[in-house]
Design a protein around this ligand. Structure first.
Ligand SMILES: [Zn+2]
Length: 418
C-alpha cells in the first residue's frame, strides 16, 4: 500500500511538472465502472505478452496459404480465438506463436522438422504480408521497441523439441530461424525427455541427449519451457540449468489433483526460487479438476448427439449444436475468477515476480472460461486482479515484466558463454 501511495504521489508530481492535470485516483477507491476503465487503460498502457497462442497450427489445419484469399484471416475473422483486431482490442502486444509439432510425427524421420519449417515460414509470411501490423521478434528489446511503435510482436516458441531429432546442431539452427523457447516435449516421451501425458517413462526424466539439448539451448539463448514435461524431467532440468526457465502454458495442480500436466506446489516454489515464470493456461480443464471430470463425461453425451445428427465434432455444421450444448451446460466452463485463483496461488507460493499469462488460445478448443473467450478479453482478467488488490506495478509484471526478465537473463547467459 505504502508503495502504491508513493507511486501515486510520484505520478501526480510528474504530471504537475509536465503542466497536465489528469486525475490520478487510487484504484482501491474506484467504483466498479472506474476500475473497469482503469483495467482497460492498463491493458493498453502495458506491454502484454502471452506465452502460448496456437494460431499457426489452427491455420495449418485449415489449409491456410500465404496468398490473397487467406491473408485477411490473421487480421479479422470470426473463427478461433486470435486475430489482429481482437488482439488490439484486448491490448495484446506479443503473443508467442506456437510452432506446435504433434507427437505422432516422431515416428517418421524428417516429418517433425518439415512441419516446424512450414509453420515458421507461415508466421514469417504473415508478418511480411502485414508489416504495419506484425513483426517477427527475436529479442525482448525488439519486443519493447515494437510496442512503442504500435506494431504487434510475433515471437516464436516451438512446442515439442521433436524436430531436433538426434541432431544437436539443430538447436542453433532453430535459434537462427527465430525460435526463442522450446517446450522440451509434448504428449509423448521423445528423444529429449518424458512427457506428463505419457505413462512409458522412457528416460525417467531427461535422456543423456536431452541434457545436451538443454545445455545447448542455454548456450545459444533459447528459453527452456517445462510445460508438458513429466515431474522428473522438471526436477532434472531444475538441477542442471543456471538460467531461469518458463512454463509457457501450465496451471497449478492444486486445483486439478493428479493432473501431472499442471505444476504442483513444490515445483511452483522451485521455479520461483530459480527466478522463472509460470504462465497460466486458461483452458477450463487446466483450471478446475471437477470440471475436468464433468467435461469428460458430458463429452460422451455431446458426441452421441452429434453422431445421431450424422455430424462429427470438427464439422463446420456441428458448431451451432456444440454452442447450444455449451449453453445447456454452462457449468462446463471455469471463469475469469478461476484464472485469478491460480495466479493468487502461485503468488502465495512464490511471488508476483513468477507468474504470467499463457492462455493456450487457439489450442484448447471450446474450453475457454467465461470472461476469457478470446484475445480481446485480457482487460477482464486485469479487472479481476485489480479487484483482488494487485497494484498496477504487479499487473505490469504479470503482463510482461516477468517474461522480459527471464528472456533477458537467458540472452545474457548465452552471450556470456560465447
Ligand atoms: Zn500445449
Amino acid at each position: 500500500m505504502y508503495r502504491s501511495i508513493c507511486l501515486l504521489l510520484l505520478a501526480s508530481l510528474l504530471f504537475a511538472c509536465s503542466g497536465e492535470a489528469p486525475e490520478v485516483k487510487d484504484p482501491s477507491t474506484m467504483t466498479e465502472e472506474e476500475l473497469r476503465q482503469h483495467a482497460d487503460s492498463l491493458a493498453h498502457a502495458y506491454l502484454i505478452t502471452d506465452g502460448h497462442v496456437d494460431l499457426p497450427y489452427r491455420l495449418k489445419v485449415k489449409n491456410f496459404k500465404l496468398d490473397k484469399e487467406y491473408l485477411g484471416i490473421p487480421i479479422e475473422t470470426k473463427e478461433g480465438d486470435f486475430d489482429y483486431v481482437r488482439a488490439v482490442e484486448g491490448g495484446l502486444d506479443a503473443p508467442f506463436m506456437s510452432i506446435y509439432i504433434p507427437s505422432g510425427l516422431q515416428e517418421e524421420v524428417g516429418a517433425s522438422p518439415a512441419l516446424a519449417d512450414s509453420l515458421i515460414d507461415m508466421v514469417s509470411g504473415i508478418a511480411s504480408a502485414h508489416p504495419d501490423k506484425f513483426r517477427i521478434t527475436t529479442s525482448p528489446e525488439q519486443m519493447i521497441q515494437n510496442f512503442k511503435e504500435g506494431v504487434m510482436s510475433l515471437p516464436m516458441g516451438m512446442e515439442n523439441g521433436s524436430p531436433i531429432e538426434d541432431q544437436i546442431e539443430r538447436v542453433a539452427e532453430y535459434h537462427a530461424k527465430g525460435i526463442r523457447y522450446i517446450t522440451l516435449t509434448h504428449a509423448k516421451d521423445n528423444l529429449i525427455c518424458d512427457s506428463s501425458y505419457d505413462t512409458t517413462r522412457t528416460h525417467n526424466g531427461l535422456s543423456e541427449f536431452g541434457r545436451e539439448v538443454v545445455k545447448e539451448m542455454n548456450r545459444v539463448g533459447i528459453m527452456v519451457d517445462i510445460s508438458h514435461v513429466s515431474d522428473s524431467t522438471f526436477w532434472q532440468v531444475m538441477e542442471m540449468t543456471d538460467v531461469p526457465v518458463i512454463a509457457s502454458h501450465s496451471s497449478a495442480r492444486k486445483f486439478t489433483p493428479g493432473f501431472e500436466r499442471n505444476m504442483n506446489d513444490e515445483m511452483i516454489k522451485r521455479l520461483g526460487e530459480e527466478n522463472g515464470v509460470i504462465q497460466i493456461n486458461f483452458g477450463s480443464t487446466f483450471l478446475d479438476g471437477a470440471l475436468r471430470t464433468r467435461r469428460d463425461s458430458l463429452r460422451g453425451v455431446l458426441m452421441e448427439r452429434l453422431s445421431e445428427a450424422g455430424l462429427s465434432y470438427t464439422d463446420e455444421e456441428a458448431k451451432p449444436m456444440i454452442d447450444a450444448f455449451g449453453e445447456e451446460f454452462p457449468t462446463l466452463y471455469a471463469d475469469v475468477e478461476t484464472v485469478a485463483d491460480h495466479i493468487d496461488h502461485v503468488v502465495s507460493l512464490s511471488s508476483v515476480d513468477n507468474v504470467g499469462f499463457g492462455s493456450d488460445f487457439d489450442g484448447v478448443g471450446d474450453s475457454l472460461p467465461t470472461g476469457l473467450k478470446d484475445v480481446s478479453d485480457y482487460p477482464n482478467l486485469i479487472f479481476t486482479l485489480l479487484q483482488r488488490g494487485y497494484t498496477d506495478e504487479d499487473i505490469e509484471k504479470m503482463c510482461s515484466g516477468n517474461v522480459i526478465r527471464v528472456w533477458r537473463a537467458v540472452e545474457a547467459a548465452a552471450t556470456a558463454s560465447k
